[in-house]
Design a protein around this ligand. Structure first.
Ligand SMILES: [Zn+2]
Length: 362
């Protein structure tokens, strides 16, 4: 009985501790609501300007125009849209948005009934050292039109006279296209929101990681390709782990997953020999690094090996250890993984040369 009360007290204390962090994440729904309303009202032209000027739509339009050459203005796409004519509404995937408007409405209504921002924030901040006081203001802009591959796109921005300016250094934000979430993130509304929450927690982890490194590490940037590899394996690795933790806990040990793990480490080892070989052209070495960060999910050997490292570190040493790694830096992450390998023969080994390359500077 006494033990139970103690566990309860400890539980409540840690909950209070996490809640003590101010949640600096907000969600902008207006672009979705206004377009749903516009569809509902039979697309009145006098509302177009108001819709186009909403921050989420300004961002969506700018990103769309980067990816789709010869794109018309969003304003023109809306003015030309006619639900009776299937040839209009291709730009910005406006027709697709129109056809799926009721599902989008259900998705948006569900997001508004839960404390979504809080669950994303807590999922991510839980991995950071307790002393970390983030001052990041992270905004999630929702839309359901735009570039066909842009499910969740990161950027930095400034507001100037009501206009959004995308720039290198500004407030961090992410544009989420709910039409793509609706298409690809699961079969039920609940599943879609769960996947989206995991994707958002992954993205927020990167924003917080950047802030943590800038505030607390003495060395803030990797020097050279192998250091960059180590930095990415930690940053992308833990971010992927946050999103996949539940899945890994349920399925680790199955043949299929072990095969994927083995293959990611094999690809890392062969590409590491290219990255580490400074007699090769720099372009080739950078390519060996970059191709491990994009493409089909399990082929991203830089991110996936990092993710399994985070999984094994947490399984071997407990959840506090990943926070210690963030506090102590890249070399400590690799050293801790090596210690996990020493305790468990079955864990895949990293290339020996990678262990001995120092990142240091924390
Ligand atoms: Zn990432």
């Amino acid at each position: 009985m006494k033990l139970k009360s103690l566990i309860l007290l400890v539980g409540l204390f840690s909950l209070c501790y996490v809640n003590a962090q101010e949640i600096r994440l907000s969600v902008e729904h207006e672009a979705v609501s206004s377009l749903l309303d516009w569809f509902e009202k039979d697309q009145p032209s006098q509302l177009v300007e108001g819709i186009v000027n909403l921050p989420a739509n300004q961002i969506m339009e700018q990103i769309y125009q980067v990816h789709e050459k010869d794109a018309i203005a969003f304003n023109d796409a809306l003015c030309q849209f006619n639900p009776m004519d299937s040839l209009t509404g291709q730009p910005y995937r406006l027709r697709h948005a129109y056809e799926h408007r009721s599902e989008i409405k259900v998705l948006q209504d569900s997001l508004q009934t839960i404390d979504w921002a809080e669950s994303i924030f807590h999922k991510s901040i839980a991995f950071y050292p307790k002393h970390f006081n983030s001052s990041v203001n992270y905004k999630v802009f929702l839309c359901f039109t735009g570039w066909k591959w842009g499910d969740a796109m990161q950027f930095q921005y400034l507001m100037e006279d009501g206009k959004v300016v995308l720039c290198e250094e500004g407030s961090p934000g992410v544009l989420v296209n709910l039409a793509i979430v609706n298409d690809n993130y699961g079969n039920t509304c609940q599943q879609k929101i769960k996947t989206l929450t995991e994707v958002m927690a992954h993205e927020l982890f990167h924003v917080l990681f950047y802030e943590y490194v800038q505030k607390h590490w003495s060395k803030k940037e990797a020097e050279g390709i192998v250091e960059e590899l180590k930095y990415l394996m930690m940053n992308e690795g833990i971010a992927h782990y946050i999103a996949e933790k539940e899945y890994l806990l349920q399925t680790y040990g199955t043949d299929q997953l072990c095969e994927k793990e083995k293959s990611a480490f094999e690809q890392l080892i062969s590409n590491h020999t290219i990255m580490a070989n400074d007699s090769l052209p720099e372009e080739e070495r950078i390519h060996a690094l970059n191709k491990g960060t994009y493409g089909s999910y399990w082929s991203k050997y830089v991110c996936i090996t990092g993710m399994f490292m985070a999984y094994h570190i947490e399984q071997t040493f407990g959840p506090e250890k990943l926070s210690d790694c963030i506090e102590k830096g890249v070399d400590y992450y690799f050293q801790t993984y090596r210690e996990a390998c020493n305790k468990n023969e079955a864990i895949p080994r990293l290339p020996e040369a990678l262990n001995s390359t120092t990142w240091s500077g924390v």
